[in-house]
Design a protein around this ligand. Structure first.
Ligand code: NAP
Length: 252
């Protein structure tokens, strides 16, 4: 007889950064549908963040939306405190917020580099730093970091972005070893091309060219990434830490 599947998310508190759109929005809704209370972090899309907050409350879960740039250390600290005060200690942290400023290196300005590194990589440090100790003390927790296939294989025009995503992978591996003795699992997800606002900036001809290289012959959907995050946040992945799971339709 098989074991009953218990995801173990009921009543857990999840903070999802960059949850107002795209993949983060889908992660917030998926975790909520499976019983978690959700803190929705965003930078500027207050209207859409509010709609997600309402949708989560309609699911019968608690939700709070918090405007905060993850690139600020003090702001991240204040955000984590707000989550604790309103929902309780954080059980699941999904570091998803991310931006692109694609340019070939010879055209890249220092601001293009700094903005991407500060949001994507420093942001992961800032938020995780304020969540990790509480997870260690409670001897349980899940941290899921949003990397990218580009951070593994490289991508022209994305030296800033790939440096940030490669950095996230190294961070994930080191932190998983630091936190494993405390029962906290740390993993990363590396999506390929996923249909969100992030892809809309890429010219159509280029996108069609990418399609030829994807064995599954289509771009991914945000929910196909959030399903993997659900797995990593749940009891189904109890013996998995320090891993990078690619969600890329078989690319490369
Ligand atoms: P998206 O649709 O552009 O959404 C980005 C999210 O990040 C938004 O919620 C945005 O908030 C938030 N954000 C941006 N800067 C922030 C900051 N400083 N502080 C807090 N939140 C911030 O992107 P996506 O495609 O869903 O990507 C989500 C993650 O997946 C990113 O880390 C991205 O690098 C990664 N990824 C995406 C793809 C893809 O093909 N789409 C592939 C590989 C990896 P506002 O709405 O307020 O701006």
């Amino acid at each position: 007889m098989g074991r009953p599947m218990e995801l173990g998310l009921k009543g857990k508190v999840a903070l999802v950064t960059g949850a107002s759109r795209g993949i983060g929005r889908e992660i917030a809704l998926t975790l909520a549908r499976n019983g978690a209370d959700i803190a929705i972090n965003y930078l500027s899309s207050d209207e859409t963040a509010k709609k997600i907050e309402e949708a989560i409350r309609e699911l019968g879960r608690k939700a709070v939306r918090i405007q905060c740039s993850v690139s600020g250390y003090k702001a991240a600290e204040a955000m984590v405190k707000t989550v604790r005060d309103t929902l309780g200690p954080i059980d699941i942290l999904v570091n998803n917020a991310g931006i692109i400023r694609d340019k070939f290196l010879i055209n890249m300005e220092p601001d293009d580099w700094v903005d991407v590194i500060n949001t994507n990589l420093l942001g992961v440090f800032n938020v995780t730093k304020h969540v990790a100790f509480s997870m260690m003390r409670r001897r349980s927790g899940r941290i899921v970091n949003m990397a990218s296939l580009s951070g593994i294989v490289g991508s022209p025009g994305q030296t800033n972005y790939t440096a940030s995503k490669g950095g996230i992978i190294g961070f994930t591996k080191s932190l998983s070893r630091e936190l494993a003795p405390f029962g906290v699992n740390v993993n990363a997800v590396a999506p390929g091309y996923i249909e969100t606002d992030m892809l809309t900036g890429i010219p159509k001809e280029m996108l069609n060219r990418y399609l030829e290289y994807i064995p599954l012959r289509r771009f991914g959907k945000a929910e196909e990434v959030s399903d993997v995050v659900l797995f990593l946040a749940s009891n189904l992945s109890n013996y998995l830490t320090g891993q990078v799971i690619r969600v890329d339709g078989g690319l490369f």
